[in-house]
Design a protein around this ligand. Structure first.
Ligand code: AGP
Length: 614
């Protein structure tokens, strides 16, 4: 997520802006910049790829005077992380500077129209299109900046929080919001603006949260004004902040992991946005469509990944084989890279990595590429090493994942894999229309369904107290739920340090069932699917040996539920999408057990967020 900071008042803006950017560093970013109207009334922009500290070095010995400015940390969505793509962006005349958090979905259409009207572009960002559009509207209509913003935003499709300053108007910041957060802080003769309250709270605890479709007119000489796109005044609700900075960084949650678990309804909406048509008839992953011949002629797909990403790969295997009838092999990247694998130009290698920096996965990609395979990346961090080493790919767009235990990235990876299978299946004609529309319909509902599952938090918290002192756990599942069992076990062991194993449910009778007794908690994922009856049989085998079972079932289930010692019900959904929903209760179970044990869930012992070494 990008970070926005603004200031207008009686102090030196630069100091407050830079400090505010530091406060927002936790959000993750790849470049930073600041725009100031200095004491000579010049509008200047300073911006660099890299960290806020790099920006500070860049502005040494430069004119950073002035008491009004806006600043930005960029989490790249369109355009690589570099100096040119960093924000703020100038308009063509250089008289307007704009910063933006979000995604302009129709930027390409708007850009073409502006180019047709003589506009040129320095960057490859959607944001620069917005500032040029605002200037174009202002020039064409001879109107004020506020009016131009109101007209321009009516033409924009997407999500945004923006802030704008204009040369010749050193008293006013204009800010607007749709889907991306924006907060105004009210001081004594000064105003603050930010993506969240963390850069504001040390100066003022009086804040106004801007709502969707609202524009804030922040003028140092006037009371705050908030209007909509038709210039109708909006009610201004001033709230008093009562959270610490640390709490604010976590959105009020006690840990980043819990915040990220609870973000999944929104992050999957962002992941799907612009890729599933509103009418549900089309799924488009541009990285696939731009390379359709590769996918149509692929002899085999090899998925390389590590850890949680490898679990997502196992789900992707079943999706792709079910919908595209292309054979898929899933490889631990660390094994693949040293095994001298047989790979050819007819193979597609899909590399899955949240960080895009995992050393084993990067090495596997480089090996496969040297063998002539077509490399497709599924990453979260834009411009990361793995994403740059691929021929094409699809970002999961879930925002920075701070907690070491992966949660929202996992569900984002599985969602992108589902969209890839749907896109390729449609291209190959190996997926029937009814099934396609059923899966796409459920995919569109996933963000809402996840929010329903998140309401189980209290039940799962209560359940966690029963098992806090278990020494071992078994997680069982079949088919699409087998990788969910693996992922649930990994979540538990990496943050609570309880030994946990995931197993295909049918494998129990080939050894592990010897472990079953009344001290062995067993999580069985038995949601409605084509192997449900078989899973119920495994459940009965465990009960016959006095195992304690926590069963995950689809709402309305009676059979597996009747066998459960503890039952968690999730909404029914297309079988191939069940892993997205079913993993969430297991994330919560692991989180609460670890908290009960007093563990550091955000930074568990011995673990790193990105394993950049072998
Ligand atoms: C997941 O909870 C772990 N933190 C770990 O297994 C992780 O998935 C693995 O290291 C791969 O990381 P990547 O997705 O960034 O490549």
């Amino acid at each position: 997520m990008c970070g926005i900071v603004g200031y207008v008042g009686h102090r030196t803006a630069y100091d407050i802006l830079i400090k505010g950017l530091h406060r927002l560093e936790y959000r993750g970013y790849d470049s930073a910049g600041v725009a100031l109207i200095n004491d000579s009334s010049e509008l200047t922009v300073y911006k660099t790829k890299g960290k806020v500290a790099d920006l500070e070095r860049f502005t040494e010995n430069k004119d950073i005077s002035g008491s009004i400015g806006i600043a930005h940390t960029r989490w790249a969505t369109h355009g690589e992380p570099n100096d040119t793509n960093a924000h703020p962006h100038y308009s063509q005349s250089g008289n307007i500077a704009l910063i933006h958090n979000g995604i302009i979905e129709n930027y390409a259409v708007l850009k073409d129209a502006l180019i047709h009207n003589g506009y040129t572009f320095r960057s490859s960002t959607d944001t620069e299109v917005l500032v040029q559009l605002i200037e174009y509207v202002k020039t064409q209509n001879g109107c004020s900046l506020l009016e131009a913003v109101q007209i321009a935003l009516k033409k924009v499709i997407g999500a945004y929080a923006i802030a704008i300053i204009e040369k010749g108007n050193p008293d006013r910041i204009i800010a607007a919001r749709k889907s991306s957060p924006l907060v105004v802080g009210i001081g004594d003769g000064e105003f603050f603006l930010a993506s969240d309250a963390t850069p504001i709270v040390e100066y003022s605890n009086q804040v106004v949260y801007i709502n969707d479709g609202e524009i804030a007119v922040i003028d140092r000489n006037k009371p705050l004004q908030v209007v909509d796109f038709d210039n109708v005044s909006a009610e201004i609700n001033v709230k008093t902040l009562d959270m610490s900075i640390s709490q604010l960084e976590k959105g009020g949650y006690p840990h980043f992991m819990l915040k990220e678990i609870n973000e999944q309804g929104n992050t999957l909406f962002d992941c799907i946005r612009g890729r599933v048509s509103i009418d549900g008839k089309n799924v488009t992953l541009s990285g696939v469509l731009d390379n359709r011949e590769k996918f149509l002629n692929a002899r085999r797909i090899i998925i390389v990944a590590c850890g949680t990403s490898w679990h997502a790969g196992l789900i992707g295997k079943q999706m792709i084989e079910d919908m595209c009838r292309i054979p898929v092999e899933v490889e631990y990247a660390s094994e693949f890279r040293y095994r001298c694998p047989v790979v050819s130009e007819q193979d597609i290698v899909i590399a899955i990595s949240q960080s895009g920096e995992t050393a084993d996965t990067l090495a596997a990609v480089e090996l496969a590429r040297s063998c002539g395979a077509f490399i497709f990346g599924i990453c979260n961090v834009i411009g990361s090493s793995i994403s740059r080493a691929t021929h094409s790919g699809a970002y999961i767009h879930v925002g920075p994942e701070i907690g070491v235990a992966s949660t929202k990235a996992f569900t984002g990876q599985v969602t992108v894999l589902a969209m890839l299978a749907l896109t390729v299946g449609k291209l190959k004609g190996t997926i029937d229309d009814e099934y396609f529309h059923t899966v796409v319909r459920d995919l569109q509902h996933i963000p809402e369904l996840i929010k329903q599952v998140l309401k189980l938090d209290e039940q799962i918290n209560d359940l966690s107290k029963i098992f806090t002192y278990a020494h071992n756990f078994l997680y069982l599942g079949r088919g699409y739920n087998y990788p969910v069992a693996l992922e649930g076990a990994l979540k538990l062991k990496e943050i609570s340090y309880i030994h946990a194993e995931g197993y295909p449910a049918a494998e129990m009778k080939h050894g592990p069932i010897a472990l079953i007794d009344s001290d062995m908690p067993v999580v069985v994922i038995a949601t409605a699917d084509k192997v449900y009856e078989k899973t119920v049989s495994n459940l009965q085998e465990i009960k016959a040996r006095r195992g304690k079972v926590i069963v995950l079932v689809s709402k309305g289930d009676t059979v597996a539920k009747g066998l459960a010692d503890y039952c968690i019900e999730v909404p029914p959904v297309a079988e191939c999408l069940a892993p997205i929903l079913n993993s969430v209760p297991l994330q919560l179970l692991a989180y609460h057990i670890a908290i009960n044990k007093g563990k550091d869930v955000d930074q568990p012992r011995n673990l790193a967020k990105s394993v950049t070494v072998e």
